[in-house]
Design a protein around this ligand. Structure first.
Ligand code: FAD
Length: 634
């Protein structure tokens, strides 16, 4: 028997209150749409708030040689040319405006001596490019976007007498289903975490901005809410995912003590001079510069050190190679027996910068280590190792509007795919979520306008089914069934051990078998107690999503027989040009299965292709593909 379910009507609902969601909501509201922001966590608690290093935008404030073309090239190189080039183009062109716009909303970035927004170095970026606020950039970004939303609500109050007339936040409210009618989005179904009560949102446009998937892994920098909900909701609604084999293992997570294993140590530590050493005290990254990057990185410690003060006449140190390269190097050192006592390597800033400098530039890192691990990073090195950090794969969207193949379903930020190709550069996520959050909000608004007065109506049967499904873990059908916490641990271990940073066919086949078993067990998870704040129940519902996403990762990783970016195969250790233009596209096949097809990447527009030197492209492209290049046709 259905309970009387709370119901709301909106033009646009945005699922997720991180940077992508908030920016999308601001845009939808600006276009006159009644907008709801729905967040599983407390308002203000999202991954975005955890971002430390900064937001990449080619403003050229610290080095005037920087511009959108250099940023575009760096992003494509970082993604090993598998990126959706149109997204990378829009991102590089629009990021500076989005950062400036934040200052008009009230953000205050750190300054250069001459009063411009300061920009810092980061792995894979040719010039200092990350606009930042100490190492708490994400906090300032979220604070500012929230403040903007409050100011819009105040404007609305003046006109309507109701702060929430045009934009309302529902927090601690988890979406479990999307509704469709006539093949188009019609709304969504959710429960309030605190009371367990259900709520339905009727709306013709939904923007997914749910962030990442890291909670499917044992060691991760991601927090509890990153269970791949947006990815799974999109799949089940009929949308496609791409690039799911590409997960980013950030090279420097804390490895000790166990209670904080995985927590991130920002790349800014290396950007500001920190170096990596093995247990022999050797600065080992010089041994790991891949051929494709040989021209851009220093080959001696002396040159690398000079670069910090004179970047125009020296090459950058290899500690600032893209993340995938550094993570693999650390993994190899540990495997070769040159790791620290707790299975990491040493990250040393203490011997390189003064205490005052470290405290000024890296205050959160200082506190994180001091308070959580009793390590004084101004006096001793940190122990660090790779941690599952970011998913490059996500909902396949139209680059300009953010719409998926399902009419009315949009995605932006970490839960969308394509922009970062096989590997994301640090700092490119905060800029991505601003650029594409705005675009998705605009795309959703335009879509709603295009519907005219007719809106797909949510079907009563679909609501009843969503309710039944959400209650399944309490039902007699699953009574005495599996414990969700145990099944979750099993899933995390499977993904960590068998589809982790270095992958092999036989291990991934084992993983797929294990996932079949986990799927059966997930169907029968049962929970006790009531619906009022019941973490076991919440996890039981999240598991369904984590399972589907893990299947996508494992299937795609097994299919891609090469190593590229975040995907490293022990059995196919090199990058293969024939795979560069192949995208692996996934769609749902029933409740807990997925179908994978190969899809050709659309060739880059000629004027963008010509931004690269032919010699560089030869490292990635097949001879046939290079035919149209200016140098080749000259
Ligand atoms: P998030 O900020 O992750 O927000 C997702 C939102 O979706 C949350 O509100 C969540 O509650 C909600 N949600 C999820 N599922 C549901 C559901 N079912 N129903 C309702 N709501 C739901 N990137 C950079 O560019 N620079 C950096 O310096 C940087 N540092 C980082 C440091 C750390 C420690 C971490 C973890 C990441 C860092 N990143 C950085 C990456 C970056 O922070 C994230 O990729 C980015 O913030 C993701 O933003 P988002 O808006 O897509 O999602």
């Amino acid at each position: 028997m259905s309970e009387n379910i709370e119901k709301h009507d909106y033009d646009v609902i945005v699922i997720g209150a991180g940077g992508a969601g908030l920016r999308a909501a601001i845009e939808a509201r600006a276009q006159g749409k009644r907008t709801a922001i729905i967040s599983k966590s407390l308002f203000g608690k999202a991954h975005t708030v955890m971002a430390e290093g900064g937001c990449a935008a080619a403003m050229g404030n610290v080095n005037s040689n920087d511009n959108w073309m250099v940023h575009y090239r760096d992003t494509m190189r970082g993604g090993k040319f598998l990126n959706n080039w149109r997204m990378a183009e829009l991102h590089a062109k629009e990021a500076p405006d989005r950062v400036w716009e934040l200052e008009t909303y009230g953000a205050l970035f750190d300054r250069t001596k001459d009063g411009k927004i300061s920009q810092r170095n980061f792995g894979g970026h040719t010039y200092p490019r990350l606009a930042h606020v100490g190492d708490r950039t994400g906090l300032e970004l979220i604070r500012t976007l929230q403040q903007k939303i409050v100011s819009l609500q105040q404007e609305d109050y003046k006109e309507t007498g109701d702060y929430e007339s045009n934009i309302r936040v529902f927090h601690e409210c988890t979406i479990t289903e999307l509704f469709k009618a006539d093949g188009k989005i019609a709304g969504a179904f959710a429960y309030y975490r605190s009371t367990g009560q259900f709520v339905r949102f009727d709306a013709p446009a939904v923007v997914l901005a749910t962030g990442g998937v890291g909670k499917s892994y044992q060691v991760t920098s991601n927090s509890w809410e990153y269970t791949g909900d947006g990815h799974a909701l999109a799949l089940r609604a009929g949308a496609t995912l791409i690039n799911m084999e590409f997960l980013q293992f950030h090279p420097t997570g804390m490895v000790w003590p166990p209670s904080v294993k995985g927590i991130l140590v920002t790349e800014s530590v290396r950007g500001d001079g920190g170096i990596l050493k093995n247990s022999d005290g050797k600065r080992f990254m010089f041994d790991y510069i891949p051929d494709v990057f040989k021209d851009q990185y220093a080959t001696t410690p002396e040159e690398g050190d000079r670069w910090y003060d004179d970047p125009d006449n020296n090459r950058r140190p290899p500690e600032l190679l893209p993340r995938d390269e550094v993570a693999r190097a650390i993994n190899s050192e540990v495997k070769a027996g040159r790791g620290t006592p707790h299975g990491g390597v040493y990250l040393d800033i203490a011997s390189r910068r003064s205490k005052e400098e470290i405290l000024k530039r890296l205050p959160s890192m200082y506190h994180q280590f001091k308070e959580l691990a009793d390590v004084d990073i101004t006096a001793e090195p940190m122990e660090v190792g790779p941690t599952c950090h970011y998913v490059m794969g996500g909902v396949e969207v139209d680059p300009d509007t953010g719409m998926s193949v399902v009419p009315g379903l949009f995605a932006a930020g970490e839960c969308s795919g394509g922009m970062h190709g096989s590997n994301r550069l640090g700092g490119n996520s905060l800029s991505d979520l601003l650029v594409f959050g705005r675009r998705a909000g605009a795309g959703a608004s335009e879509y709603v306008d295009g519907l005219g007065g007719t809106r797909p109506a949510v079907l009563t049967d679909d609501v009843a089914e969503a309710e039944q499904r959400a209650l399944l873990p309490f039902s007699s059908a699953t009574e005495g069934g599996e414990n969700p916490f145990v099944v979750h641990q099993e899933l995390q271990k499977t993904m960590n051990d068998l589809v982790g940073i270095i992958r092999k066919a036989d291990e991934m086949e084992l993983a797929l078998k294990a996932l079949e078993d986990i799927a059966t067990r997930t169907r029968t998870v049962s929970v006790e107690g009531a619906r009022v704040f019941n973490p076991g129940w919440h996890l039981a519902l999240d598991l369904r999503n984590m399972l589907l996403v893990s299947l996508c990762v494992a299937k795609a990783a097994l299919e891609r027989q090469e190593s590229r970016g975040g995907h490293t195969r022990d059995d196919y250790p090199v990058m293969d040009s024939d795979w560069r233009h192949v995208l692996l596209q996934l769609s749902a096949l029933g409740e807990d299965n997925v179908e994978l097809v190969r899809k050709e990447q659309v060739p880059m527009r000629p004027e963008l292709f010509d931004l690269f030197e032919l010699d560089e492209l030869k490292k990635y492209y097949t001879g046939e593909e290079l035919g149209g290049h200016r140098a080749d046709s000259a």
